[in-house]
Design a binder for this molecule. Structure first.
Ligand code: TPP
Length: 284
């Protein structure tokens, strides 16, 4: 990635992170931790990897994203708004009655959302189906399937992975958000996940593990996955739940939080001010 490209991706990441914070603070509650851990991944996908057209969200030649951990809607919406899929004002309507942006992603409500998700595990099967159908049609488009590490507790994931690997669907790139936490504790505490990389390898995936907060590492891994056409591909993203904002990284219960005290509002205000400053300097 050349220096200018790197700057473009980090600028987009800063904008997405700022928008996630602003919309959740405005809403007063929501899924902060698992949205922030995916910011760099979304920035790389939209700035570098995805074939897409904001003016034509249903364009047949687009790559697809299935955000199986659909509760991370805020990171998807912030990215789509920055990419021009809809007006940024929509971000402040998340979860209002009649909104285009429900807290969990819905393909019938939001331009740029390809699959309805929220019931953990189900997105893995729908992504497998989409990848299989694209392959059958002779399309060279990719499906990026984003799953949580807590989500991997769902047995359905492993049935879908077996299908993806057994059909050799190298057009389906599985991205595991390995932020080590789930809803009510760490993954270790809730149900020991064992070695995710090893499990994916034994299921037949060409598997890489990278720093999921490092845009160059993510971009390189996706390029490498695209070059690897002889089997299904998985990238385990080593991430931090709440990434990029110390207050949210350090909060033990940072899955879904409420903006109901001075401390959380101050931390959010400071993070937004810092990001706005970074964005301003980058765009100057
Ligand atoms: C089938 C199903 N069971 C339970 C839930 C409730 N739930 C929502 S998010 C979540 C934890 C998910 O953890 P993870 O996939 O690691 O998400 P992240 O930490 O990355 O946000 C749970 C149990 C759900 N949405 N769907």
């Amino acid at each position: 990635m050349k220096d200018q490209e790197y700057k473009d991706v980090t600028l987009l990441a800063a904008k997405i992170r700022r928008d996630v914070l602003a919309l959740l603070q405005h809403r007063g509650y929501g899924h902060i931790g698992g949205s922030l851990s995916l910011v760099e991944t979304y920035a790389v996908l939209y700035a570098r990897q995805l074939r897409h057209d904001a003016s034509d969200p249903k364009w047949e030649g687009r790559d697809r994203i299935v955000l199986s951990k659909g509760h991370a809607g805020p990171v998807m919406y912030s990215t789509l708004a920055e990419e021009g899929y809809f007006p940024k004002e929509w971000l402040m309507t998340m979860n209002d009655g009649g909104t285009h942006l429900p807290s969990h992603t819905d393909r019938l409500k939001t331009p740029g959302v390809d699959m309805t998700t929220g019931s953990l595990g189900q997105g893995t099967s729908t992504a497998a189906g989409i990848a299989y159908a694209l392959r059958q049609k002779g399309s060279n488009n990719y499906v990026y399937l984003i799953v949580g590490d807590g989500e991997l507790n769902e047995g359905q994931c492993w049935e879908a992975f077996q299908f993806i690997a057994s059909k050799g669907l190298s057009n389906c790139i599985v991205l595991v958000d390995n932020n080590k936490k789930q809803l009510d504790g760490t993954c270790e505490e809730v149900m020991k996940p064992f070695d995710i990389e090893q499990k994916m390898r034994s299921f037949g995936f060409y598997t890489q593990k990278v720093n999921g907060q490092n845009v160059r590492a993510i971009d390189d891994a996706i390029n490498c996955a695209k070059d690897h056409k002889s089997s299904a591909n998985c990238i385990v993203l080593d991430t931090v739940k709440g990434a990029g904002v110390p207050y949210f990284e350090n909060a033990y219960m940072n899955h879904s939080m409420k903006w109901n005290n001075d401390e959380i509002n101050k931390a959010t205000d400071e993070a937004i001010a810092y990001l706005d400053n970074f964005i301003g300097r980058s765009e100057a």
